[in-house]
Design a protein around this ligand. Structure first.
Ligand SMILES: [Zn+2]
Ligand SMILES: [Zn+2]
Length: 82
């Protein structure tokens, strides 16, 4: 019921800067959205009731995109940051 990720829970905001132009990156959500464009063919190996993909034990990977130059990075949020 409780997500492990503070960013998903709104407990914290990701404040990363673009490595190219230093603009503040926008949090586009968890990376699972982008890794699963053909959903129906994915094997339900790991099922989470929260509808959130959990990478590793206590990590959540967020997709951050720069609104200025379209640079994007993956940012791993750890539960330790709570
Ligand atoms: Zn998250
Ligand atoms: Zn940028």
């Amino acid at each position: 019921m409780v997500s492990k990720c503070p960013a998903c829970n709104g407990l914290t905001q990701l404040e990363e800067s673009c490595p190219l132009c230093s603009s503040p990156l926008e949090d586009c959500g968890t990376i699972s959205i982008y890794l699963d464009p053909y959903g129906p063919y994915e094997e339900p190996e790991e099922t989470t009731t929260e509808g959130e993909t959990v990478t590793g034990d206590d990590q959540c990977v967020h997709f951050l995109q720069c609104p200025s130059c379209d640079e994007n990075i993956c940012y791993t949020v750890s539960r330790d940051q709570i």
